[in-house]
Structure formats: structure tokens, C-alpha cells
Design a protein around this ligand. Structure first.
Ligand SMILES: [Zn+2]
Ligand SMILES: [Zn+2]
Length: 358
């Protein structure tokens, strides 16, 4: 049982039960959340999450929506660049198949991507030649004061402890670095009209539903100042829109989709308010903080320049083709085709005694 993830109040009213989970609203700040989340299933985010024929959880054909996604991400990075005055080193958290990272790289950013899904990071780094690492859930083990910008699109609603997560992003930002997040807005028109049928309500995946005011409170409590907060506009093909509506009326959607394919309209792009809110916030620093001089790109070591040990935050060193060792504790991480996996580790001392852990 967790307290309100924003204000820690223990007072709430039950809204409804959905897919075996209770959904409640905090009586003090109106954040909607799942107080007893089912055990976090990282397996959910393996390959079938991004391409499932039935479209139950996740996406039906995420990769096929690249062009439409790219429009959304170009708009977001345009806004970031306008506020920052150019490009720099960006960390894309919750990178999925790397579409946002690819867009940023194309616009001239030095990009590092991360996700809790090994499948997603491998695909993102291979398809788009990005640098990446696999994160443990809710944690981003990177060097402090490193990134100019961190983006986390549709991530915080998946976490039971968004405060810890945002504080760690705050530490990873350099100087007055910028954070761009997007998340469902439970105060949006679509949420208010659709109630328990709102398409963002998925208590087995989305554990917290912010409104604008609770999101602002949360960010300010984590050391950020809000620069911009606005409704999110998404672009999708008609095929993508229909696939998302399939959970409401499967047969009708399948028929419409066939018709659209036949008359050649399925690839037509439409733009609409998605019931999500986008925020760009700036890291606040005490006035006396000295600004640390750091390289603005990932250097010769690539990904090893920015990641740290997931257990102790110590420096990491590559010791063989497939292994990265922590220099401060006993942990060893897997290195696979340029991707460090920080979600699993082995103890070197144990391995020596009992043989290789897998
Ligand atoms: Zn609250
Ligand atoms: Zn360590």
C-alpha cells in the first residue's frame, strides 16, 4: 500500500476497480493512483509489447508508426531547442524503439537512450546507431551533472515512486539543464468525459495519473521550475488511431480499417489532442553552486563516459568483450553489442567461488 506519490497523504477516495487493481484519488491533491500495484513485470516490455497482433497491452505496430511519431518528436525538440538555444547532450529515458532518439540525433543532438527493456534498447541502438544502456525500473544510473537535457516521454505514469525518479534526473542534469516530460492528464477533457473508460487508464501499466497542478507540485518538490506546460498534440496515421480504438469495438474497427486500407486512406495522418500534458522544466540550483566544466559530448569511451554502477554509483570499466566491472564494488554487468545492461548484475566474488552466474 503506497501513500499519494505526490503529497504523501494517506487520505483517498476509491474511484473504481479495474483489471484487478483499485484506482483511487488523493483527497488532498487529486492525483489518481493505484495504491497496491501488481508486482512490476518488466517482462511486459519485451518484444511483444511493441508488436502484438491482439493489441491488448502496448502497441500493435510501433515501428510502422515512425513517420507519424517523428512529427511529434520534431515539434518537441524544436521547443526544447528554442528554450535552450541550440542542441547538446540529451538522455532519452523510456526510449522504446528509439524514435525520439533518432529524431534528436538527426537534429544534431548527441544522444544517449535508455529503457528497462533490453529488447527496446538493442533495437534502438542497432536501427538508429544510438548509444544506449538498459536501466533498472525507476532508476537511471548515470554520472551526476552530465546531461544538458533529459526527455522522458510517457514514463512517469508507469512508476510507483515518481519522486525518486525525478530527483535522480535532477542530479543527472548539468547546470540549469532542461527536463521534458509528457504524461496523461487526468484533468483533461477526455479523462473527464470518458471516466473509467478513458484510454490512458491501464492500472496494470499506468500507476499514477497526474493533473496539471499535482504535476507542477511534484516537479517543484523535486527541484524544478516549470517553463512551459501545455496540452500534448499527437500525430498518428488513421490506421494507428483505429488500432488504438480496437479495445472499445474490435469488429467495427477491423471493418473500418479494411475499408481505409482499400480506399488508400489508412496512411493519412491526423493530429489531435491526446489527453496528455507536456512540461518543460528547468533544474533549479542554489545561487552559490559553482558550474562544473564538463565535456558537452559523449567522449571516446561512448556510453561508458556517462553510466555508473547501478548498485553503488561507482565508475565502470570494460574488462572483456562482454563484461563491465564496477571499480568500487563487487558488481559485474553485461555488455552486449555496445549496450550496457544495468538492470542485472553478478557478484564477482561469488562467481569466483561458484562459477559463472547467469
Ligand atoms: Zn496527494
Ligand atoms: Zn558498484
Amino acid at each position: 500500500m503506497i501513500d499519494c506519490p505526490v503529497c504523501e497523504s494517506q487520505k483517498f477516495e476509491s474511484l473504481f476497480a479495474l483489471k484487478g487493481s483499485d484506482v483511487v484519488r488523493c483527497s488532498d491533491c487529486d492525483t489518481v493512483y493505484v495504491p497496491s500495484p501488481l508486482p512490476e513485470v518488466t517482462n511486459l516490455y519485451q518484444s511483444q509489447y511493441f508488436s502484438s497482433k491482439e493489441g491488448g497491452q502496448g502497441y500493435i505496430d510501433y515501428a510502422g508508426e515512425f513517420q507519424a511519431h517523428a512529427k511529434v518528436f520534431h515539434r518537441r525538440f524544436e521547443k526544447i531547442e528554442a528554450l535552450k538555444g541550440g542542441t547538446g547532450l540529451v538522455l532519452e529515458v523510456g526510449c522504446a524503439l528509439g524514435h525520439a532518439g533518432a529524431v534528436a540525433q538527426k537534429r544534431g543532438w548527441d544522444v544517449v537512450v535508455t529503457d528497462i527493456s533490453e529488447f527496446a534498447v538493442q533495437k534502438a541502438t542497432t536501427d538508429f546507431n544510438l548509444k544506449g544502456f538498459v536501466s533498472p525500473t525507476g532508476k537511471v544510473p548515470v554520472r551526476a551533472n552530465t546531461f544538458d537535457v533529459i526527455t522522458a516521454f510517457d514514463v512517469i505514469e508507469h512508476l510507483s515512486h515518481p519522486k525518486e525518479f525525478l530527483r535522480s534526473l535532477h542530479g543527472a542534469l548539468r547546470g540549469h539543464g532542461l527536463l521534458h516530460i509528457s504524461t496523461p492528464d487526468v484533468g483533461s477533457l477526455s479523462a473527464r468525459i470518458m471516466g473509467r473508460h478513458w484510454y490512458h487508464l491501464k492500472p496494470d501499466e499506468h500507476l499514477v495519473y497526474f493533473n496539471r497542478s499535482s504535476l507542477k507540485t511534484l516537479l517543484e518538490n523535486c527541484g524544478f521550475e516549470i517553463l512551459k506546460m501545455e496540452s500534448s498534440r499527437k500525430t498518428l496515421t488513421l490506421r494507428g488511431v483505429l488500432q488504438r480504438l480496437r479495445r472499445y469495438a474490435k469488429a467495427a474497427v477491423d471493418v473500418s480499417l479494411k475499408i481505409f486500407e482499400v480506399v488508400g486512406l489508412a496512411d493519412k495522418e491526423v493530429s489531435f489532442l491526446s489527453g496528455e500534458v507536456e512540461v518543460i522544466a528547468r533544474k533549479l540550483l542554489p545561487a552559490t553552486t559553482p558550474t562544473e566544466a564538463r565535456p558537452t559530448r559523449c567522449g571516446s569511451e561512448g556510453i561508458l563516459d556517462v553510466v555508473v554502477c547501478a548498485n553503488c554509483e561507482g565508475p565502470l570499466k570494460q574488462v572483456s568483450e562482454a563484461e563491465i566491472d564496477c571499480q568500487s564494488c563487487d558488481s559485474t554487468f553485461e555488455f552486449d553489442e555496445g549496450v550496457v545492461n544495468l538492470s542485472r548484475y553478478a557478484k564477482r566474488s561469488l562467481r569466483k567461488a561458484v562459477g559463472r552466474l547467469s
